[in-house]
Design a protein around this ligand. Structure first.
Ligand code: GDD
Ligand code: MG
Length: 372
């Protein structure tokens, strides 16, 4: 059995002003007609009945998510009483599913990714599910790196293996070491060595393997989640009461730091980690410049030559201008002699920055918060 768990509790502040607390990027159609979370479920439908999908989010987004995903059971959309990053969210899924079906393969899927090659995605994930089902194994997706990005985790790839569960079209390697978000110097060394992949943020493991990993690496968190799981089996009311009281006590930590780094540092003993190729044209839409790159459809080195205008069939005039990303629905847009700008207009806000600085847009939200 396969149970995909979609993580959708992030705030996506780097997409301000389109992304707001109650309209975070996962519920926005940043790319095309469908929202990020709808696309996430859609790409899983060749693998699983959507009724089996779980979504872990918060109470600001849950109703909207339920509306956008009518095919997902409402009882499978859980709202955290407090955001505790991804480790408690992953652990929650493991402890809820382990008692009744420890062999179920849990797939952790972020809701902020775009994937162009859906057929290849399904092929690789299917192979990953088979591998994860075959024992105490952790399966991760290694994306071929194209730059020394410091916003990702890195996977040091080890020997090539050929497990019988995996077809020849999907290459499998052991993971030697996992490093979450290294500094620029280290990231450059990793990429130059040719032996590292980006962590694609997708993990496959049986409910038992994940629960055991939490018990081992997060000993304070495990009993809290056991309590929540017991309450979940008791009644809806009891679950809500215990979840609200206990979940905020979990450490605020990502699964990468909490489990993958320490697990990989231990080497041989315990669950083995395997990497499958994330070669399905994956992109983490992290900020406006990433969206610009994605929407332009050209290789990264050419993006500075292309303007992208988003809105409802905007009338756009560009004179001696390139590399700009403009979102201004309902406006006539004219550019004269400007390059590499990001301009995003919504009903009540206007962002002006550059492609280079769009990573820093989250700081605007922090300032707005502290200004009350
Ligand atoms: N439910 C819930 N609760 N979801 C959360 C929370 C939370 O508190 N915090 C984040 N998420 C969701 C986000 O919405 C996103 O879909 C996913 O979890 C991953 O969180 P990000 O905050 O986007 O992580 P990241 O991109 O910085 O880093 C992770 O992904 C990279 C690839 O995209 C790491 O796994 C990196 O190693 C990896 O390279
Ligand atoms: Mg992300």
């Amino acid at each position: 059995k396969f149970a995909p768990v979609i993580l959708a509790g992030g705030s996506g502040t780097r997409f301000w002003p389109r992304s707001r607390k109650a309209r975070a990027k996962q519920v926005l159609a940043l790319d095309g007609e469908r929202t990020m979370i709808q696309q996430t479920v859609e790409r899983l439908t060749p693998l699983v009945d959507p009724a089996e999908v779980w979504v872990i989010t918060n109470s600001l987004l849950d109703d909207l998510i339920a509306e956008q995903l009518p095919e997902v059971s409402r009882e499978h959309i859980l709202s955290e009483p407090a955001a505790r990053n991804t480790a408690p969210a992953c652990a929650l899924a493991a402890f809820l599913l382990e008692p009744s079906s420890p062999e179920t393969v849990i797939g952790i899927f972020p809701s902020d990714h775009v994937v162009k090659n859906i057929a290849r995605f399904a092929e690789v994930i299917r192979a990953g599910i088979a591998l994860a089902a075959s024992g105490e194994k952790i399966v991760v997706l290694g994306v071929p790196p194209t730059r020394a990005e410091t916003g990702y985790g890195y996977i040091e790839l080890g020997e090539v293996v050929k497990p019988s569960q995996v077809p020849g079209s999907v290459a499998v390697r052991r993971v030697k070491r996992f490093t979450e978000k290294p500094n620029a110097e280290v990231a450059e060394q990793f990429v130059a060595s040719g032996n590292y992949a980006w962590n694609g943020g997708i993990f496959l493991w049986s409910a038992r393997t994940l629960a055991n990993a939490i018990r081992e690496h997060c000993p304070a968190m495990a009993p809290l989640l056991e309590r929540i799981a017991v309450a979940h089996r008791t009644s809806k009311e009891e679950f809500e009461r215990v979840f609200t009281e206990v979940y905020p006590l979990c450490d605020n930590i990502s699964i990468d730091y909490a489990v993958l780094e320490p697990r990989s540092a231990k080497g041989e003993a315990g669950a083995e980690i395997y990497s499958l190729p994330g070669d399905f044209e994956w992109n983490d839409l992290g900020c406006w410049s990433a969206l610009h790159e994605h929407a332009s459809g050209c290789p990264p080195e050419n993006v500075s030559l292309v303007n992208v205008f988003e809105g409802e069939d905007p009338l756009c005039i560009s004179i001696d201008s390139s590399g700009n990303y403009i979102h201004a629905p309902g406006k006539v847009i004219a550019l004269v002699g400007v390059t590499n700008l990001v301009v995003v207009q919504t009903k009540d806000a206007l962002l002006i920055t550059t492609r280079e600085r769009s990573q820093d847009v989250g700081k605007v939200v922090a300032e707005l918060k502290s200004a009350g």
